[in-house]
Design a binder for this molecule. Structure first.
Ligand SMILES: [Zn+2]
Length: 161
């Protein structure tokens, strides 16, 4: 199955940066898909993800992979600060505390991640969420939804240990 994909480039990005992509920081938006696109194409807001996925699985690319999106803020992953410089930001429209990710959102995310997983040589250890890279400051994703998503990523892409 292939989900609809649109492009709405955000002005909120750094264009000239090293091409280092160690993994993904997952987010949820709380607000709707359309509201997210409006926010992220507003240069006054200084925020962006690489991609946001609607409840029906529609994906919107906001920042190209080889550029830096402004999604993680003050953050740290595996001893390194400033996750935006080396992690892609993938977000789900909605609030994972109010409702679980939809099957379409997960299917669309897997579709987006698949080619990148091999291109960048990712492992499950490169997958994280905003709550874990900015503890106490951010709460996305719901830990139960993170555990479910991580298991799906492991089952789909991870090599047996
Ligand atoms: Zn977030």
């Amino acid at each position: 199955m292939s989900f609809p994909a649109i492009t709405r480039l955000s002005p909120n990005r750094d264009c000239a940066v090293p091409n280092e992509r160690r993994g993904i920081v997952f987010h949820h938006t709380v607000i709707s898909f359309e509201e997210t696109i409006a926010l992220m194409t507003d240069p006054a807001r200084k925020v962006s993800y690489h991609c946001v996925i609607a409840a029906d699985g529609t994906r919107a690319t906001l920042v190209p992979d080889e550029q830096v999106a402004w999604h993680a803020g003050i953050s740290s992953f595996r001893g390194r600060t400033g996750c935006n410089a080396f992690m892609l930001g993938l977000s789900f429209a909605g609030d994972t505390y109010a409702a679980p990710l939809t099957d379409a959102q997960i299917g669309s995310a897997l579709e987006w991640i698949g080619p990148r997983w091999s291109r960048y040589g990712w492992t499950i250890e490169g997958m994280t969420d905003h709550r874990q890279v900015a503890p106490g400051r951010k709460d996305d994703l719901n830990p139960a939804e993170w555990d479910r998503l991580r298991q799906i990523l492991q089952d789909t892409f991870g090599k047996p240990v």
